[in-house]
Design a protein. Sequence first.
Length: 199
Amino acid sequence: MKRLFFGSILLISQFIFSQNIIQTDIKEKKIDYYFELEEKLGSKIYKTDEEYISVKPVTAPFIFERKEKEIPNLLVFYTLYKKDSAIAEILYEWDVRNFEKGDNIKKSLSFNKAMIKKYYKLVDEISKKYGDSKYEGNLEKLELLNSEEGLSRRDNWQISDKFKVFSYINLSEYYENNGLEITIPTHKIRFYVINEKEK
């Protein structure tokens, strides 16, 4: 009976944690909180050989990978201020190129629709908390997926002078290699939660 009870508590806690994909209450939280969060969500540490360079006084990010079903797995990047280990930025990224290598990676229409659906869901999640975003771009003309222009949209929530959330989505199936330049397909969503400190 106790085992069933504790199992129920664990499932409930996982459900609560997973309600908001984009964590925006970052000012009062330390990295230990997010390590616990990622563990509860079943994430794994994502290792990369890429060198991290920043002009800001921040650490290289801690990166976690979360499983997804219809779209690329989510990578979450936690960047800290070196001085006090406060959270400087959280980046949420869904990008095909994190997991598939090559110049001409094409995806189905249903895949692109799933990416658009995900983006709208996340925008709605943030807007319910902070109000409507300022945005530019349009994701409705699916025929543009096969054009050089592609589909894109950017959203911005300026919550205060030092705290903001912004995001973008880029989708394109267009590929061209003219010998001098290569234009490659793109399938990417990014959400940034930024806590800027006084300079």
